[in-house]
Write a protein that binds this ligand. Structure first.
Ligand code: ADP
Length: 262
């Protein structure tokens, strides 16, 4: 608990099961996601990082039959409460995936997609939202003269910034990012990292990354998940990034951030 910061999300004793599995993909996770901060989720492959991210905006339920235990509160409201509309949750808590996934449509239509879905179609308003989202994603100058061209013609890095713009257009409070740079070259990666530092002035960000340097460069808080036999899918340690990277409490966190396994 950090007195100076407001939790945007409180996760309490959260576990997640896929299908009829009796095994939990994540188990008993409790932590707070602080508003206006970047939280990195790190840990070896298979420790439940992606699953955890997908529980934060109820996208995990789209995988088919799943079971969720525990609570996830978004500014105090339980997102799994039976009266909560999951689509609304997904609009407030946006997501960007590992591989850029622009729709097969124009750059403009990609960004306008989300607001058209909720029925706001006034052209002037759409134009404004599209421009502002593209500016927010640091892509406007590169695409402003070709908004009607196919999004698939953009470079990988531009496509990923377009996906960020598409997420920003519906004005989420939180952006979840699942290894957003792993398919990108170092320069495109650097651009996204710079962008995230700017975006956190208005947005809370949770990022899964397997890149330790990236977590230490850009995040304020870090959560380390485990694949130790006895604690698969559990949170080992959560704390301010500088401390976690230099003075971790748990030996396994220390070994992991020092690159000794994983
Ligand atoms: P990470 O992101 O840390 O690599 P994941 O969240 O992808 O870990 O996976 C955690 C565990 O859940 C793994 O054992 C994985 O095999 C399992 N898992 C992930 N996605 C599915 C799925 N769609 N169906 C069944 N099991 C899954």
């Amino acid at each position: 608990m950090n007195g100076a910061l407001t939790p945007a999300m409180n996760v309490n004793n959260l576990s997640f099961y896929y299908g009829n599995s009796k095994t939990k993909a994540i188990e008993g996770i409790s932590l707070e996601i602080y508003e206006g901060q970047i939280t990195a989720i790190i840990g070896p492959s298979g420790c439940g990082k992606s699953t955890f991210l997908k529980t934060l905006n109820r996208i995990g339920e789209l995988e088919g039959k799943v079971r969720v235990e525990g609570t996830v509160k978004f500014f105090g409201q339980d997102i799994y409460h039976p009266q909560v509309n999951p689509n609304r949750v997904r609009r407030r808590i946006g997501m960007v995936f590992q591989k850029p996934n622009p729709f097969a449509m124009s750059i403009y239509d990609n960004v306008a997609y989300g607001i058209r879905l909720v029925g706001r179609r006034n052209r002037e308003e759409l134009d404004q939202v599209v421009e502002s989202a593209l500016r927010g994603a640091a892509l406007w100058d590169e695409v402003k003269d070709k908004l009607n061209q196919s999004a698939r013609g953009l470079s990988g890095g531009q496509q990923q910034r377009l996906c960020i713009a598409r997420a920003l257009a519906v004005k989420p409070k939180i952006l979840l990012m699942d290894e957003p740079c792993s398919a990108l070259d170092p320069i495109a990666t650097m651009k996204i990292e710079e962008l995230l530092k700017t975006l956190k002035k208005e947005l809370t960000i949770v990022i899964v990354t397997h890149n330790m340097q990236q977590a230490s460069r850009i995040s304020d808080y870090t959560a380390f998940f485990s694949t130790d036999e006895s604690r698969i899918g559990q949170l080992v340690e959560f704390g301010a990034t500088p401390r976690l990277f230099t003075d971790a409490t748990h030996p396994s966190t220390r070994e992991y951030v020092e690159g000794r396994f994983g």
